[in-house]
Design a protein around this ligand. Structure first.
Ligand code: PAF
Length: 284
């Protein structure tokens, strides 16, 4: 497996592969791989001749009081895991390589970045779209793979790709869960044993919402209430938001119809976790 640290060399390699008729799949990550990342890599492996993983903890997407300094990092472990699933190369740039100073440009997607996580994390999605746009230029792949766990990130990147005519196919892969339902996340390592147990309530509240819908409920307010009832007032859980939004322009819905995103963010102790489910309702 090859490791590239310089953008120019990475781009030259990708151009060479593509010129020789090979397809290239890109899996952008911030490292500390878990089963979610590995599932993206396996999917990319199935669908492409060459698989490139980018590993870069992007300072631009962390707020001043967020966890950039303590974000888990272990390159040797990541390298081994990537190799085991058949990744061909890792792009592992330094902060200086990605953001030579002065760095004056940002890629901003409007409106859909101002709701949900965007409210609590101002500037976060600008950081994501700026680094992803750079990665798409440095690694001009055929396809890029993202997890549905980051539902808002997925919509924001799809919108950027559409609005700015990036020539890349965005593939969305299902959320990978632990046996008890907790969504795989690099931040799960922050949880103590007790918090880890509590965190399972997040997905259980989403499952409860799904059952409410299966029984015929179509009012978004009632679906949201079913989640709030389960999470609000729970010791050690601080619910930040529950959203019942259409999955196109991330606007709140009143009556569930079409593709509906039910998403939440909550603090479990000192760790902020997100989760979501996508529901398809085709009432006539
Ligand atoms: O989902 C992530 O890990 C990051 O937001 C991404 C897409 C790699 C950009 O830094």
């Amino acid at each position: 497996m090859q490791i590239f640290t310089e953008a120019r060399e990475m781009t030259a390699a990708v151009k060479k592969w593509r010129a020789s008729g090979k397809t290239v799949g890109l899996v952008p990550t911030m490292g500390y791989f878990h089963q979610g990342h590995l599932s993206l890599m396996r999917r990319a492996r199935e669908e492409n001749d060459v698989v490139v993983v980018s590993l870069f903890v992007n300072p631009l997407q962390f707020g001043p009081r967020e966890d950039l300094d303590i974000y888990p990092r272990d390159f040797q472990r990541d390298r081994q895991l990537a190799e085991e699933v058949g990744v061909d190369c890792i792009f592992f740039p330094s902060v200086e390589e990605m953001y030579p100073q002065p760095f004056l440009t940002k890629v901003v997607v409007g409106k859909i970045t101002e709701v949900m996580c965007g409210k609590a994390r101002p500037g976060h999605f600008e950081g994501v779209t700026t680094v992803v746009a750079k990665l798409f230029h440095i690694i001009p792949a055929d396809r890029a793979y993202f997890g549905q766990k980051d539902a808002q990130q997925v919509r924001v990147i799809q919108k950027m790709v559409e609005d700015l005519n990036f020539d890349i196919d965005i593939r969305i892969c299902p959320t990978v869960r632990e046996e008890d339902g907790l969504a795989a996340s690099s931040r799960n390592v922050y949880l103590s044993g007790e918090e880890r147990e509590r965190a399972t309530l997040l997905y259980r509240s989403l499952e409860r919402a799904q059952r409410v819908i299966e029984r015929g409920e179509r009012r978004a307010e009632a679906v949201e209430k079913s989640i709030r009832e389960m999470l609000e007032g729970q010791p050690g859980i601080d619910l930040e938001y529950v959203a019942v939004y259409n999955n196109i322009d991330l606007e709140p819905v009143e009556i569930l119809q079409g593709e509906v995103l039910i998403a939440l963010a909550a603090w479990v102790g000192g760790t902020r976790l997100i989760d979501n489910v996508l529901i398809r309702i085709d009432d006539k």
